[in-house]
Design a protein around this ligand. Structure first.
Ligand code: PLP
Length: 360
């Protein structure tokens, strides 16, 4: 009886890639596997997908180097670009595709010696105000300097990111962002790469040569009003634990730290061997569902570091050792996230190293 297990379902991952490709039939897929593949295990996910997608994307150069050292040969995109001169020889050596966000980065490419020319994507700001310039003349300067530089492979790619493709109240702003992108694209000869999961599903006009799905690959919806299942996806991660103790309590008994749950009637409290030290959110309120023996029961009391409480009901037949599903198959992580006032991205990224990962 392992304390907490994250089952990573390879078939579900492959299914989700098929659904994504079907949404954007003419696009090449860059699977976003930053942050340890959203907590699923970057090396394992990359190996499962290396023949099914064209490329991978990460945020940090260390993440990219780990993939190359493990033998991943596909294009690997650095979505944040690079921030130290010392990174450039590695970008060249490991054949990484880097975003270029600033003139300082252009100057570094010109100045720092490295052997093989590198692939670059000019990053433009179309409305998020995070990375890249929104100024046409700055972008034109960046572009012309990079085009003159023989350490850069031509043609240059164009990269940007949508900030409200999942936000119903910002439909007009999303349209503006897409049109800003295609405005910048008029001056570019190379490939375009714009869209994330939400754009892939809801904004066909954001599809370009390359698409960058993240959360949907893992079977999870980027939208508040739909689950992954509603989108035809299958959850890849199922987080499981077990009951390790069962306590009969009386009406009025106070459960756990701070007496946050008071038994509303005589009942049975189950202790599950999973807590915030495993990545289960402490912000989960009383009443957050878990799945035990085919039924939903509710958490009762504050989540502890290593355990949490559930109210099994007075006449339950559950036993010590029984399996408990915290999220995944049968219980969408989207639902847990919304009860915790966060997004599913955060919950899956926070699964801790002490959890045992089973990839199959
Ligand atoms: C994380 C990220 C993505 C993937 O976003 P999802 O919403 O998970 O699809 C795509 N592009 C960039 C630049 C990102 O940072």
């Amino acid at each position: 009886m392992e304390s907490v297990t994250a089952l990573i379902d390879k078939q579900a991952l492959i299914h989700n890639i098929k659904v994504i490709k079907n949404k954007a039939k003419d696009s090449k897929v860059i699977a976003v596997i930053k942050a340890n593949a959203y907590g699923h295990g970057a090396i394992a996910v990359a190996n499962a997908l290396k023949d099914k997608v064209e490329g991978f994307a990460v945020a940090r150069i260390g993440e990219a180097m780990d993939l190359r050292r493990d033998g991943i040969k596909n294009p690997i995109f650095l979505l944040e670009g690079f921030y130290n001169d010392d990174d450039l020889p590695f970008i060249s050596k490991y054949d990484l595709y880097t975003a270029v966000n600033t003139m300082e980065q252009v100057e570094a490419i010109e100045r720092v010696p490295f052997s093989k020319p590198i692939h670059v994507w000019v990053q433009v700001d179309i409305g998020m105000h995070r990375l890249g310039s929104n100024d046409k003349s700055t972008i034109a300067k960046i572009k012309s300097r990079l085009e003159k530089c023989d350490k850069v492979i031509k043609p240059l790619g164009l990269l940007s990111h949508l900030s409200v493709a999942d936000t119903p109240a910002e439909v007009e702003y999303n349209k503006t962002q897409i049109s800003n992108f295609f405005d910048f694209a008029k001056d570019m000869q190379g490939d375009l790469c714009l869209t994330n999961s939400a754009g892939i599903f809801d904004w066909n006009e954001s599809h370009t040569q390359w698409i960058r799905p993240g959360i949907v690959m893992y079977g999870i919806s980027p939208f508040d009003d739909r689950t992954g299942e509603d989108l035809g996806l299958k959850p890849v991660m199922t987080l499981k634990s077990n009951l390790i103790a069962i306590n009969k309590v009386k009406k009025g008994d106070k459960i756990g730290y701070g007496a946050y749950y008071v038994a509303p009637k005589d009942t049975t409290i189950g202790i599950v061997s999973c807590g915030y030290g495993d990545g289960y959110p402490r912000t989960a309120p009383n009443g957050t569902p878990v799945l035990i023996n085919g039924r939903y029961v509710q958490t009762a009391g504050h989540v502890c570091m290593d355990m949490l409480f559930v109210d099994l009901g007075e006449h339950c037949t559950d036993k010590v050792g029984d399996e408990v599903i915290l999220w995944g198959k049968g219980l969408p992580v989207e639902k847990i996230a919304s009860l915790c006032n966060t997004i599913p991205y955060e919950l899956i990224c926070h699964v801790m190293p002490r959890v045992e990962f089973i990839f199959g």
